[in-house]
Design a protein around this ligand. Structure first.
Ligand code: G3I
Ligand code: 9MR
Length: 590
């Protein structure tokens, strides 16, 4: 594919191309023009558009012109407040360009710009307490916007108010899912829950890591979440908003278990993706499809963790913790009897697969959560049998969630040796990611292979691991790299985009998200993380405009056709909530 010349106006460019370019070209084309270079040697100063906390280690990335000095100036009067040297730029493979990290150290509260001779000044950024509190709120509120089965009223949803869709009270058991207890033609009810992403289906496997991450955010940073009011219908009750929101999906998940045998359906879905319409206009018949090992174990893990977390709020959710414990144990039992049922898409079902072939990680995660809930040795032995060295988590790789839960609750472990081993395992992964960042010209852990479908969530899941490493070891460097990862997502990237809708100076405007596409409101539903650059570009055949680049970190298209680079998804927003809250909670006040 030939990259378009971004510095030259196109003849009659399509609207979407102009908008894609407004984002990508502001920092690439305009800055390149200012520097007198061609678009292929883009130069610029890349910085977190939401700014920084006063106690943070501030960094920016400078690409391009070989300069070896920078200065920080006050935004108000342009007076220098800091002068620093830049290391020699070295290659950063994901964008195939040379880069150098400008280390600003700490700055007192204020508004600043970074200047480098020969380059356009950076965006103005603030150093202020609470820099990411609004981000954490918006990222959590995004889940509310994806609630199935309820209207969003103007008092809580503002411009994005909408009617209810997908009641899911009359759902057919798909032929792939029939069992003696629920023969062909059985109708079940499984209302509520969140739409997975830009589509309107509900997938248990993807709810797994999502729920874990949100509940872990509560477990790790209760002080941050306890006081926050994000404007939910439930706000002001006795429960933190985060747990009110998570409850919406837990209720749905509970109905995805077949009460006759404990097995859990893989998904609740249409046969085909809905058209690009608002939820209430999407009326296709819905099915629960095929039980599976991954869904059952992810469900068991989530229910065990939730039983633990919601126990403190039993008065508000009477009976729920016991019900969730029982559900978790039954799903675990089903998986013992069906240890290898991979999801295979039935021939007539064409929606998201979330297929996974390997279940040791799901067994390890569920065993860890069930051990922490019940204290029963058998679960710990199961964890030992199935656990492998931690890796960066994703919907298909959940073993590390078990390691992190055990580390979080290490005082419950029966012996010192295991305690040490669990801490060392999580710590080693965090240390490895921090070392990758130190060796990187961009100062982040992301490698070319990390630019997968949902790469922005990969960056944030790396950050989540780094925050665990920081909490366990106290190493400041791990916190600083987690910050750098968040910086990357919020603008310190070669596209110059803050990838969260409504959060930053240049943000995605055309996410692949049916409500955002169909609601007639110019601005997309706020608080959603765009999936991010993905060089495999699996949607190219569905897109009327080409990606501007095939390079890993540049393969992003702000067009609503681009489900492979610009969709939103619950499992991608969850680590955004975690990391935004975690950096707020863990960065020392200065
Ligand atoms: O498993 C292979 C791995 O072995 C290989 O090394 C790697 C190379 O890139 O690819 C891996 O498979 C990838 C798989 O995700 C697991 O990570 C596929 O290439 C990739 O196409 C696949 O993408 C998934 C995508 O659905 C397509 O199935 C995304 O992870 C997943 O987030 C996305 O989820 C969709 C739902 O299906 C439907 N709802 C929206 C949601 C977000 O786009
Ligand atoms: O909208 C769908 C999105 O949620 C999925 O992630 C994506 C990949 O499974 O598929 C999208 O639907 C597209 C379909 O796969 C191909 N035809 C165009 C659809 C989007 O408009």
């Amino acid at each position: 594919m030939t990259a378009p010349d971004l510095t030259r106006p196109l003849a009659a460019p399509p609207r979407a191309m102009i908008l894609a370019c407004v984002l990508a070209c502001v920092s690439i084309g305009a800055v390149a023009a200012a520097a007198g270079t061609s678009a292929s040697a883009q130069a610029g100063i890349h910085v977190n558009q939401l700014g920084f906390l006063p106690g943070a280690r501030l960094q920016a990335v400078v690409t391009g012109n070989g300069a070896r000095a920078f200065r920080v100036v006050a935004a108000s009067d342009g007076q220098p407040v800091l002068r620093g040297t830049l290391p020699a730029a070295t290659p950063w493979a994901p964008a195939s360009r040379d880069a150098a990290v400008a280390d600003l150290g700490r700055l007192p509260p204020g508004r600043y710009r970074i200047e480098v001779d020969g380059l356009a000044p950076s965006d103005t950024f603030a150093v202020a307490p609470g820099a990411y509190a609004g981000l954490a709120d918006a990222a959590l509120k995004a889940f509310y916007f994806n609630r199935a089965g309820m209207p969003l009223d103007p008092a809580h949803a503002g411009r994005w108010a909408r009617a209810a869709g997908h009641p899911d009270t009359e759902v057919e058991v798909h032929p792939s899912a029939v069992s003696p207890g629920r023969p062909a033609g059985t109708m079940v009810s499984a209302p509520f829950g969140w739409y997975d992403a830009g589509d309107y289906n509900k997938y248990v496997v993807n709810s797994g890591i999502t729920m874990h991450t949100l509940l872990a955010a509560w477990e790790d940073f209760p002080g941050f979440f306890r006081g926050r009011d994000i404007g939910l219908p439930e706000s002001g009750d006795a429960v933190p908003d985060l747990l009110d929101e998570a409850w919406w999906n837990l209720r749905w998940m509970l109905d995805m278990q077949d009460p006759h045998d404990g097995g859990v359906y893989h998904k609740l879905t249409n046969l085909r993706f809905d058209a690009t319409v608002m939820p209430e206009a999407a009326r296709a018949r819905r099915y629960v499809v095929r039980k599976g090992t991954a869904a059952s174990l992810d469900f068991a893990a989530v229910m065990a963790q939730a039983a633990r977390v919601y126990a403190r709020f039993e008065a508000h959710f009477p009976g729920a913790p016991a019900r969730m414990r029982e559900a978790a144990e039954q799903a675990w039992e089903w998986a013992q009897a069906h240890p290898d049922v991979a999801y295979v898409q039935p021939a007539d079902v064409h929606t998201g697969a979330y297929g996974d072939q390997a279940f040791d990680d799901e067994f390890a995660w569920a065993a860890a959560e069930l051990y922490l809930l019940t204290g029963e040795d058998a679960y710990l032995r199961a964890f030992e049998r199935h656990a492998r060295a931690p890796d960066v988590p994703s919907w298909a790789r959940v073993g590390t969630l078990g390691w992190m839960s055990l580390a979080r609750h290490r005082m419950q472990l029966p012996d010192e040796a295991l305690h040490t081993r669990v801490v060392a395992a999580v710590d080693a992964l965090s240390a490895r990611l921090a070392a990758q960042a130190r060796a990187s010209a961009w100062g982040i852990a992301m490698q070319p292979a990390d630019f997968v479908w949902g790469s922005n969530a990969q960056a944030l899941n790396q950050a989540m691991v780094l925050l665990q490493g920081h909490r366990l070891s106290g190493r400041r460097g791990d916190l600083d790299v987690a910050q750098a990862q968040l910086d990357y997502v919020l603008g310190r990237n070669p596209l110059g985009v803050s990838f969260v809708t409504g959060q930053g100076l240049r943000t995605p405007m055309h996410v692949h998200h049916r409500p955002s596409q169909a609601d007639g409101v110019d601005a997309p539903v706020p608080g959603w993380l765009s999936g991010g650059p993905n060089p495999r570009q699996q949607d190219a055949g569905d897109c009327p405009v080409p990606y501007a680049s095939a390079l890993p970190a540049l393969s992003w298209l702000d067009h609503d056709c681009s489900y492979a680079s610009n969709e939103v998804a619950i499992n991608w927003n969850a680590p955004l909530v975690y990391v935004a809250a975690g950096i707020e909670a863990l960065t020392p006040e200065e």
